[in-house]
Design a binder for this molecule. Structure first.
Ligand code: HEM
Length: 458
């Protein structure tokens, strides 16, 4: 019998043998996790051929080489970029070389801790609104929807200072349509089939992309027209962003594409980190009680602010551990420019590298009981004694997520506010299964029982 300590939260059973091309095609449409074979959770590198030669790399030293030491040899894979380019053009996320470098230099200061902290009051206000919605939910809620709506609220507030110029409902419907079409990897892309063969998903997504672009462009134009300076939000910071080396500023198209990326990618990933954290806490009441005790001691009845976060280290450990088990971006991919050696294996130009963060985070060589939830793994001492390249929810090296500070701050503010005020429990019925297309989602959403708690006494 399995006891509480042995309990493992939802996972998929990886295939024990490599999939055929047809099976991979199906998995790529349905759940990319099903492409990762069992052996990838046990060995540092797994190579194979699916028309092109590919390698799945889940070894920290090799990942350091790919992300940092030999980063120029490993540009982002066209597969990933192609899924996003229709929506976000050649923005920071999708560009390479000089086009990437100047944008990174211009955008990095926008997300400096000082600016992110200045945006925190809007996150606190959003957390308050999310708590109010949960209070009225009648004891049960679909938390993925709730968290998507909360993080979308944050990004509308901080990116566009509210929704006056922006019909959030229409925009979020367009995002959903986009994820359901272009957001699914096409095997034609994985197989590097040339561009001139049309991808059906890209065609289907055109309407959604047009809607999103029109709305963001209108919001930017409205801000530019404002005579009296700005609103001191993300869009303002971006309007003033400048490459410190060349002085280059963003054109209207650069702005549109980057803002569009922040809105789409920033809110979905953070909502997933929050939803999985809540599921894990619901399944592990002992940890939920501990994190609540910590939050209530600091917050009492009020919503969390940026200044509170340092006093709630366990809260951050919970989010870090949730992103280990359910990394919102569960797989990255890179192309190969020149011959290199990874884990003693020759990597050739034209090969494709898959970097299955999901498998790295649950790897039997690197983690004890890898499939169990244990926030203790992220206590300061444990983190310091572990290779940094074993936990990569935000990637690493020069292309590390530029919004990581922002994402962590909003996740902590929202989670602290909610656990301080509600108790979360699982509901009857099957558990959601992690399913990956562009991001790692719970397949059936995240239904939980939500019970408001009595006010905290301080
Ligand atoms: C929990 C939330 C988030 C997760 C897990 C996440 C994850 C990632 C990962 C793994 C990468 C690296 C991709 C690669 O190397 O191929 C990345 C890059 C990036 N992320 Fe995030 N992200 C999150 C939130 C955000 C937010 C809130 C923003 C902006 C508002 C953002 C903006 C970006 C940008 C612009 C890049 C590209 C950076 C570059 O290439 O220089 N992300 N993110």
């Amino acid at each position: 019998m399995t006891g509480v300590a042995d309990f493992e939260p939802p996972n998929i059973s990886p295939p024990t043998r490599p999939l055929s091309i047809l099976q991979s095609l199906r998995a790529a449409r349905h759940n990319v996790l099903e492409i990762i074979p069992d052996v990838a959770y046990r060995q540092p590198i797994v190579s194979g051929r699916m028309i092109v030669r590919f390698h799945m790399v889940q070894d920290p030293a090799a990942l350091r080489r790919v992300f940092l030491d030999n980063v120029d040899n490993y540009p982002k894979s066209e597969v990933m970029v192609r899924m996003l380019r229709p929506a976000v053009g050649d923005s920071l996320f999708t560009s390479e070389g000089d086009a990437w470098r100047w944008q990174r230099r211009a955008v990095a200061p926008v997300f400096a801790q000082r600016n992110v902290s200045a945006l925190a009051p809007m996150m606190t206000a959003t957390a308050e609104r999310a708590a109010e919605r949960l209070r009225q939910s009648g004891g049960r809620a679909e938390l993925l929807g709730e968290m998507l709506s909360a993080t979308f609220d944050v990004i509308c507030e901080v990116a566009l200072s509210g929704r006056e110029h922006f019909d959030a409902e229409t925009y979020s419907r367009a995002i959903l349509r986009y994820f359901e079409t272009a957001g699914k990897a096409s095997l034609l892309d994985f197989l590097q089939v040339p561009d001139w063969i049309p991808r059906p998903e890209a065609l289907l997504s055109l309407g959604a992309v047009g809607t999103m672009h029109r709305m963001v462009a209108q919001a930017i134009a409205a801000r530019r027209r404002q005579a009296s300076g700005g609103a001191d939000d993300l869009l303002d910071y971006m309007l003033n962003a400048e490459d410190p080396v060349t002085g280059r500023r963003m054109s209207s198209t650069d702005l549109l594409h980057n803002m569009q990326f922040f809105i789409v990618a920033g809110h979905e990933t953070t909502a997933l980190a929050l939803s999985w954290s809540l599921l894990l806490l619901a399944l592990h009441p002992k940890h939920q009680n501990r994190v609540r005790k910590e939050a209530r001691a600091v917050l009492g009845d009020r919503a969390a602010t940026a200044e509170d976060l340092e006093a709630m280290p366990y809260l951050k450990q919970v989010i870090d551990e949730a992103m280990r088990l359910y990394p919102p971006v569960g797989m990255l991919a890179r192309n190969v420019r020149e011959i290199d050696i990874l884990c003693g294996r020759r990597i050739l130009p034209g090969d494709v590298l898959f970097l299955p963060i999901y498998a790295l985070h649950r790897h039997h060589l690197w983690w004890e009981h890898p499939n169990r939830f244990d926030p203790g793994r992220f206590a300061l001492k444990a983190v310091r004694s572990r290779d940094r390249y074993l936990h990569l929810p935000f990637g690493a090296g020069p292309r590390v997520c530029v919004g990581a500070n922002f994402a962590m701050m909003q996740a902590q503010i929202i989670l602290a506010t909610l656990v301080a005020r509600f108790r979360f429990d699982p509901v009857r019925g099957p558990m959601p299964v992690p399913t990956m297309s562009m991001t790692l989602r719970p397949d059936t959403g995240m239904r939980l029982a939500v019970r408001p708690l009595r006010r905290a006494r301080r």
